[in-house]
Design a protein around this ligand. Structure first.
Ligand code: NAP
Length: 234
């Protein structure tokens, strides 16, 4: 990744920040797009663009002319039974997870095409491959992302590879409420064949693999990084 230009939308904390840190350690030039600087202050040498992905306009003027890697990380975990799902909530989740991804990918696609071997990564969830109660809004939004991953992989090949990571519960600011006590963490961990929840580096490492040349013959894939939850029964 030495001297490669990487753009991470949602790189100010959580999995996105993990991608930023791993990419910088490998010599990448990183641009982060997010609403706040979050935990970026501790990471020197990053270009930060303040933007809200739910805004209608995308200003790509400050992005590099040629982009080698792109990750779109904003997402939500809004759970609730079918009977109480509100249309407004589904629309909000769709704006953040899907419409934002479409707008930002449109904005960076010309710069990705200028790179020799560009790669883009999006995020789904285990709750698409594995049906789970209470996940109507999440499954709707992330199911769309999995479809878009394959669509964009087809449309932009061979210049740009497009893949997706589907994590299960991972310790980040987004999932804090599910893991805030030792009891909750242990209860969650016990649901996984590998008997723990995910850590940021588990997911960021897979995203980095997909962004790197090590995965240069992969496109249109959804990689489950979920402690075995989607495919293994104990
Ligand atoms: N954590 C999990 O358990 C889990 C499980 C399955 C799937 N995922 C998926 O993995 C991805 C990363 O999750 P995460 O846990 O790392 O999330 P996170 O901790 O909430 O981090 C999200 C990042 O996106 C940015 N962001 C959020 N809303 C934004 C907006 N409107 N405009 C611009 N930036 C925005 C945040 O920065 P600012 O707040 O500074 O804007 C932050 O940098 C998401 O797509 C999520 O759905 C996570």
């Amino acid at each position: 990744m030495q001297n490669k230009n990487l753009v991470v939308v949602g790189g100010s904390h959580g999995i996105g920040l993990g991608i930023v840190q791993q990419a910088m350690a490998r010599g990448a030039e990183v641009t982060v797009v997010s609403r706040s600087s979050g935990q970026l202050a501790a990471t020197a040498g990053i270009r930060h663009i303040i933007a809200d992905v739910t805004d209608d306009e995308v200003d790509a003027s400050a992005l590099p002319e040629s982009i080698d890697g792109f990750a779109y990380c904003p997402g939500s975990i809004n759970l609730g039974p079918l009977r109480s799902v509100e249309a407004g909530r589904i629309r909000q989740d769709f704006e953040l997870n899907v419409v934002g991804a479409v707008k930002w990918f449109q904005a960076v696609a010309p710069a990705l095409r200028r790179s020799d071997g560009a790669s883009a990564v999006f995020f789904s969830t285990v709750a698409v491959a594995q049906g789970m109660p209470m996940h109507t809004s999440v499954a709707a939004a992330k199911g769309a992302i999995e479809g878009l991953t394959r669509t964009w992989a087809a449309e932009l090949s061979p210049q740009v590879r497009v893949n997706c990571v589907a994590p299960a519960l991972t310790a980040t600011p987004l999932s804090e409420r599910f893991l805030e006590t030792e009891e909750k963490r242990a209860a969650m961990a016990s649901k996984y064949p590998l008997r723990r929840v995910g850590e940021i580096d588990d997911i960021a490492g897979t995203a980095l693999f997909l962004l790197s040349e090590q995965s240069s013959w992969m496109t249109g894939q959804v990689l489950a990084v979920d402690g075995g939850m989607s495919s293994v029964r104990k």
